[in-house]
Design a protein around this ligand. Structure first.
Ligand code: HEC
Length: 140
């Protein structure tokens, strides 16, 4: 094989490797959408209708100051954002959907009420959280 052919083959190999990594590393919006519908849509409106349901609506949640809507947040929630205001960036969303109480102790989101048929399920898979957050960013 000529050197030029070897070089071309090496280039193709590196290209395919890069495509493979890109696919592994880039978030999957379809998965994110499915997770949002199944795990969040039961309590949160994910549409531009902006209806408050059991929880506040998720439209434009990304970069939104926490607790900034006219929603009847819990005392615990309001107290926490008054003491330490923050916006819903990637780090806060990631921590919150893994363990809501790590961000807002005693938040009503994890309240287990026998009356309410659904309760929050944490998203323990890191790549699923990444997919879900990527999807939440598209809600605008
Ligand atoms: C069992 C119902 C329930 C489920 C399921 C649920 N949430 Fe919530 N969520 C709530 C409630 C209730 C609040 C308000 C918490 C409070 O006032 O303490 C809330 C608050 C929030 C907030 C704060 C919004 C703001 O205006 O500051 C975010 C962000 C959020 N939820 C994201 C999610 C995501 C993402 C999912 C899916 C992984 C999810 N929630 C699943 C009930 C739920």
């Amino acid at each position: 094989m000529s050197n030029a052919a070897k070089l071309a083959m090496a280039a193709i190999f590196v290209f395919l490797l890069a495509v493979g990594f890109w696919r592994i590393l880039s978030p999957d919006l379809e998965t994110g959408k499915r997770l949002a519908a199944n795990n969040c849509g039961t309590c949160h409106d994910l549409t531009a209708q902006k209806h408050h349901e059991k929880g506040p609506y998720m439209w434009e949640v990304f970069q939104r100051p926490a607790g900034s809507l006219t929603f009847p947040y819990s005392e615990a929630f309001l107290q926490r954002v008054k003491e330490q205001p923050f916006v819903w960036d990637e780090a806060h969303l990631d921590a919150y959907i893994l363990n809501p109480e790590s961000v807002i102790p005693h938040t009503r989101m994890v309240e287990k009420k026998s009356k309410h048929p659904v309760s929050f399920q944490e998203i323990s898979d890191k790549s699923h959280r990444r997919d879900l957050i990527a999807y939440l960013k598209t809600l605008r």
